[in-house]
Design a protein around this ligand. Sequence first.
Ligand SMILES: Cc1cc2nc3c(=O)[nH]c(=O)nc-3n(C[C@H](O)[C@H](O)[C@H](O)COP(=O)(O)OP(=O)(O)OC[C@H]3O[C@@H](n4cnc5c(N)ncnc54)[C@H](O)[C@@H]3O)c2cc1C
Length: 460
Amino acid sequence: MADHDVDLFVIGGGSGGVRAARIAAEHGARVMLAEEYRLGGTCVIRGCVPKKLFVYASRFHGEFEDAAGFGWTVGQNSFDWATLVANKDKEINRLETAYGGTLEKAGVRVAKTRAVLRDAHTVQLATGEEVRVAHVLIATGSMPSYGNHIPGLEYAISSNEAFHLTHFPHRIVIQGGGYIAVEFAGIFAGLGSHVTLLYRGDNILRGFDDEVRQHVRREMEARGIRVLTGCTVAAIDKAHGHYSVHLSSGNEMPADQVMFATGRKPNIAKLGLEHAGVEIGKNGGIVVDEFSRTTAANIYAVGDVTNRINLTPVAIREGHAFADTVFGGKQNIVDHSNVPTAVFSEPEVGTVGLTEAEARARLALTDIYRAVFKPMKATLSGRDTRILMKLVVDGHSDRVVGFHVVGEGAAEMAQLGAVAIKMRATKADFDATIALHPTAAEELVTMRKKTASYVREAAE
Ligand SMILES: Cc1cc2nc3c(=O)[nH]c(=O)nc-3n(C[C@H](O)[C@H](O)[C@H](O)COP(=O)(O)OP(=O)(O)OC[C@H]3O[C@@H](n4cnc5c(N)ncnc54)[C@H](O)[C@@H]3O)c2cc1C
């Protein structure tokens, strides 16, 4: 490898790229990484982390309301957006520095600039430097996608800008039905905005279990979020310091901010992929095999840019597996099945495995166990809310193949539910587990009676 400047060049310093660079360096590779914006990538800088900090901020309002039933008188309260943004930024800066420190300690050379491929063995930096490389890892992530052009689209923000608004929007229209749209609807509503969520389809959170989707929608509406489905933004006008949002239904509504969370697309533009023989798949992401190897033998890709499962822990696992396989001498294939996921809406969703619809399409016999109940906390708080818990079970093997919770602590429950599902736990294993009382999660091991059972119709 003497004719190369580095053994590995990583393009992109986000979740997947940073992990891969560090592990490859620890395996003894000479590694260089380029990051054009900020180390840490989407998750740390403008994704999971700042979002969760905002979610925490948004939940105090409900806690203050709930406190009265427990005897508390909460004095006059007020919320200061600028303080939240500044404190969030301080924490993000700390994390960004920590990422830099980790890479430096591992001996990775970091270039704070854009990098593109000139050919399969040459990376060109925006500084003009050219680097001869043995291997390349493309970990450039994804970016917001706005869908079709509409008049006034330039006034709409994406989640990127939502983290840095200079003024708090007292009225916000959010277009989108995916987890980012639903989470920001909860954030802004909790912080005091009047929120309207618009989605072109028939219900929010496509891809999640249908009962989960209905339950979340009902709960969001009960908390004052207006959800309009089968409806989109047709045009945005700016007038007298606010926006006028024209809807596909013909109606019009005023807003201080319009946010589009209408999906994301892999960051592949102008990367020079065509000079290196790296192909793009039908899903818009870089085509990779089970080892994350692209159609060019020495070039690999991990994370959102491959558009497999676009979550941070998946990108990290893929980056780690790549480094172990190529530089650590241990072939490592990432298992993309049963990845747990959450929606940090209010109330939140935690889920892993098959939805009811997926199970009924795949399995000969599907059993459903469901509980909908008032959480203990709501008895004194008086809040009109329900928790939904649902287990989807393979009726023949008794294996629990789907785990869905909507309610406080759902994400934490799903992380542990994922262990059980990964271990191929059966419904009998759940039943044999003694409940932990008093918790909401105990319902998961005490649902004895089947709610429904479905035999798959024979294919014609
Ligand atoms: C609002 C929001 C909330 C989210 N919440 C969650 C969550 O709760 N849980 C979860 O698991 N996931 C969440 N995600 C998804 C998660 O952030 C991504 O799946 C994850 O960051 C993908 O990691 P990555 O390494 O593929 O890319 P990224 O983390 O996006 O990193 C890519 C990096 O490459 C850099 N780059 C791009 N092109 C170049 C170039 N040519 N040269 C140099 N640098 C370049 C970019 O600047 C970026 O820093 C969220 C995403 C968003 C937007």
